[in-house]
Design a protein around this ligand. Sequence first.
Ligand SMILES: Cc1cc2nc3c(=O)[nH]c(=O)nc-3n(C[C@H](O)[C@H](O)[C@H](O)COP(=O)(O)OP(=O)(O)OC[C@H]3O[C@@H](n4cnc5c(N)ncnc54)[C@H](O)[C@@H]3O)c2cc1C
Length: 424
Amino acid sequence: MNCDVLVIGAGVMGLSSAYHLKRLNPGKRVVLIERLGGPGQGSTAKSGGGFRNLLTSGTNRLLSEATIDWLNHLQWETEHDIGLHNTSYLYLLGESQHNRQKPLFKEMGEAGVELKTYSPEELKGLIPDLVTDFTGDEDAEMMGLEPIEVGVQGIRCGTVNTDALARCWEALFLGLGGVVQYNTSADRLILGAERELGLPGEPFVWQGPVVKGAETSRGEITAETTVVAAGVWSETLLDPIGFDSMTRPKKRCMFVFNDPRLERLLHAKGFNDEGILPFTQLPDAGVYIKADVSEGSIWVGVTEDLGRGYGLEDDPQPELETYTDNAYHALVKYLPCFEGVRPVNMWAGQRAVNRFDKIPVVEGMPGLIYVGGATGNGIMKCDSLGRIVAAHYAGEEEAELYGGRRVRVSDISVKDRRVEKERF
Ligand SMILES: Cc1cc2nc3c(=O)[nH]c(=O)nc-3n(C[C@H](O)[C@H](O)[C@H](O)COP(=O)(O)OP(=O)(O)OC[C@H]3O[C@@H](n4cnc5c(N)ncnc54)[C@H](O)[C@@H]3O)c2cc1C
């Protein structure tokens, strides 16, 4: 097969890239291949689907805010239903965490991020199941758990259904005449020479190397430009040609609960118009909590970072003990309603972690564009990244994000990177 642009990977990044490439180049043949049987079945399917603009880095915030606007546009101004809920985010913080993060919240507030704070008494009124004070609880003291000093709410934040989002991207791409081929795995990138001489062994060191497509499980696909958007698996394609993805895979587990004892928590009123619990972060317990109203369930993501090794897994498996023997002990101190409640479902996914600055990467070489490294934030930045890939393809200096905001394409490259580190 021959095409103008080959996109490898139908997660949110590949789908968004394919859509914007086709939108801006309607005459070009854009082909998206995916080794699995449908869209968004890799890390995208494992995600919590949360989006937030609580970020300290200006570039990072720009990528998120423009994508949040796009997601809201899709949900409220088109016929697509991506299961978006503007639930907000809520950070429940003890004194020392609050002291550490207070300057960051101040900075974000000054940059226009809409925040609201709650005292422990106000939080108790809104979340009756929450324990904010551990006076007399020797276990909690022994564990070093801090009483909750403050709740900080990010207003322009919420969640989407990532499966619905992936299907929406696919429909948008197909609607423009894009081609999608599932159950097709790219086995390796084809590296050729810029000016081929037809000699065996090309490209030689004295020739300029160019990526010319990929060998796939269904035969060779040659392309003028190949976009690698294979998530944590990108390195398996990029490493062999000496192109560094700058990210490393790390596993994260998610647990789902569906129990009448959690009903009141799920429907915590007063934080948003929908009367549901915000996407709630309890850093001291090493968890975050998502209310999934469509299923009437509560998701608990375990955020342990240290002690969790890096490493690519083809099919990462959840570890129940990460919850039962680990996060559970602190979680029940803050939210005793979880006591004795067992998860009804669980899974694990991998995040493409950029340890250096936690900001995504769009980088190229002749014939190749790589997009990735969203460090657990890919859903909330997917539209902006797809637009940057399309601008990179067009050789534009700047990409126009949704809503008209502009970003310099090279700012999130590796070679000419110009970003502030994300500190939140
Ligand atoms: C537990 C967990 C919770 C998360 N929570 C959030 C959150 O709340 N908010 C947020 O914004 N982000 C979150 N993330 C991160 C988010 O899921 C990712 O940033 C995002 O899904 C990455 O999208 P992607 O398209 O780069 O990767 P993927 O979705 O993994 O897509 C890559 C695709 O490429 C395919 N592929 C790989 N190799 C090949 C090949 N050789 N040939 C063909 N196809 C190939 C894969 O099958 C896959 O479908 C979370 C991640 C995890 C694991």
